[in-house]
Design a protein around this ligand. Structure first.
Ligand code: AMP
Length: 215
């Protein structure tokens, strides 16, 4: 299966993508994760992407599309993949269509995780990340650490990631509305869009998505 996951920042795309990819035995391809890996390895690509990411802006298409294409051409993605965070604007969606058509392939579905704006802001603004290990993530309301400001796992200091500051969050939402939301109509016109209400328990949302895919 070839699936695209869309939804505003804070909709839980990364979490759902990981579960869905596992259930469907296809690789989870997150352009955000690919950029972050490049940043931590201090590659040329990572250095180019960082300022855009910190500000909550989109990394330019010419960089992003090539990176996504390279990843989709890896052998593990030959029989399908779940895209998380790509495409993020109509020109990326068109580039993806061209890429797939050239191989005689097409998308099976586009899942749109739907969450209200207020909820998204609450989720994003409360995230706290460990300075020692960025995969240790907490939330002041939904997953508070035992001691405020201290990582439960390793005792590291918790901080607000650069791209999760209030200004960056506001900008990411703005970018989502102006640049990413148009792809929802683009995929609706192709008959691929499935809307998944994304409020509630993580497992329940995964089930909704799996049920929709099995239809
Ligand atoms: P994410 O982890 O998906 O929220 O992505 C984090 C950041 O990486 C975004 O705010 C963008 O700066 C950048 N990014 C990820 N995917 C894309 C994309 N498809 N196009 C442009 N920028 C992207």
């Amino acid at each position: 299966m070839r699936i695209v996951l869309v939804g505003p920042p804070g909709a839980g795309k990364g979490t759902q993508a990981a579960f869905l990819a596992k259930n469907l035995s296809i690789p989870h391809i997150s352009t955000g994760d690919l950029f972050r890996a490049n940043i931590s390895q201090n590659t040329e690509l990572g250095r180019r992407a960082k300022a855009y990411m910190d500000a909550g802006d989109l990394v330019p298409d010419e960089v992003t599309i090539d990176m996504a294409k390279d990843r989709m051409e890896q052998p593990d993605a030959a029989n399908g993949f779940l895209l998380d965070g790509f495409p993020r604007n109509v020109s990326q969606a068109e580039a993806l269509d061209v890429m797939l058509q050239a191989e005689g392939m097409k998308l099976d579905a586009v899942l749109d995780l739907e969450v209200e704006e207020d909820e998204v802001v609450k989720r994003l603004a409360g995230r706290r990340t460990c300075r020692n290990d960025g995969s240790h993530v907490f939330h002041v309301v939904y997953a508070p650490p035992k001691t405020e400001g201290v990582c439960d796992v390793c005792g590291g200091e918790l901080y607000v990631r650069e791209d999760q500051s209030e200004d960056a969050v506001r900008n990411r939402l703005d970018v989502y509305h102006t640049q990413t939301e148009p792809i929802i109509d683009y995929y609706k016109a192709q008959g691929l869009l499935v809307t998944i209400p994304a409020l509630g328990e993580v497992q329940e949302i995964t089930k909704r998505a799996m049920d929709a895919l099995n239809k």
